[in-house]
Write a protein that binds this ligand. Sequence first.
Ligand SMILES: NC(=O)c1ccc[n+]([C@@H]2O[C@H](COP(=O)([O-])OP(=O)(O)OC[C@H]3O[C@@H](n4cnc5c(N)ncnc54)[C@H](OP(=O)(O)O)[C@@H]3O)[C@@H](O)[C@H]2O)c1
Length: 307
Amino acid sequence: MWLLWLLLTLVIIKIFNKLTTGKCSSGNIMTGKVVIVTGASRGLGYETALDLARRGAKVIVACRDDTRGKQAVETIINKTNNKFVRYIKLDLSSLKSVREFVNEFTSKEAKLDVLINNAGTICTKTEDGIMRDMQVNHFGPFLLTILLTPILKKSSPSRVVIVSSALHKLGYVPENWSNTESYFQAYANSKLCNILFSNELARRLEGSGVVVNSLNPGQVNTSLYRSSTLLEKMRSLVLYTFFKSPEEGAQTSIYLAVADECDDVSGRYYEDCKESCMSHKAKDKDLAAKLWSMSEKFVKLSPEEVI
Ligand SMILES: NC(=O)c1ccc[n+]([C@@H]2O[C@H](COP(=O)([O-])OP(=O)(O)OC[C@H]3O[C@@H](n4cnc5c(N)ncnc54)[C@H](OP(=O)(O)O)[C@@H]3O)[C@@H](O)[C@H]2O)c1
């Protein structure tokens, strides 16, 4: 009998979650728009790229693995009949790879309408045992966005969308980037940096026609959790019940990329396709400015690249 009650409870929770999940209701067509989606080989990035390809955009699938990247492109083309979807290699854990990506992109494309900084990792280490999260989740996207800012400005009105997380509320900005934090803390810190970066970039680009916003996709059943030993223990039924599907999780990224009402909105934080509250720390302008100058040094920007 208790099993029946448990199943009924899970079904009710699932229905409740479905009904309360935000959905992008914009029917806007993106034909002629050029969009980059990082981490589009799977999860939220893949669903975002698929939706934007369905709307007719030229979509650049930017990810680190040739096989998974090309496979994603093939599947998206087959599903949407949009031939303007292609892969460019981007490994955010390598600053050299970020620069090579930008060179390849700008040598082939004359404009960029939307940059979606979606790729992320949680609880992973490099082969040298260094925590990867801050570089993949913040420094790599920071360099990518700064190097693409000239083409975003040239293409204005244009948009930058940065995928953060509710866990930013537990983050702080470390004084140095050494390997002393727990996996979980490193992830939370990187997600706080996403919002601080988004807000500071929005301030610096005010009046340029480039809008910048960040978001929390909610809890989504993706492979992000694959390398977290704690979370690996959660059973698929629980994930299915309590978490959004990747398609549901991608809605706020899609909304910020396409909806008319986001045309002039910048420096805000969204959840379920609605503006939401970022933490007190995420609003701190001094902290954002400090992170910005630390990041410029870390990624070794040249004087002419500084914005
Ligand atoms: N899932 C959630 O509940 C949740 C909640 C809050 C925030 N988020 C955020 O949502 C974003 C997407 O996560 P997801 O849930 O879709 O995770 P996912 O399914 O694991 O997808 C992550 C994507 O990022 C790519 N990636 C990882 N390391 C990379 C690197 N070094 N260079 C380039 N790309 C790299 C992955 O490529 P490979 O295929 O090569 O691994 C994959 O395409 C992340 O920023 C995450 O922090 C997710």
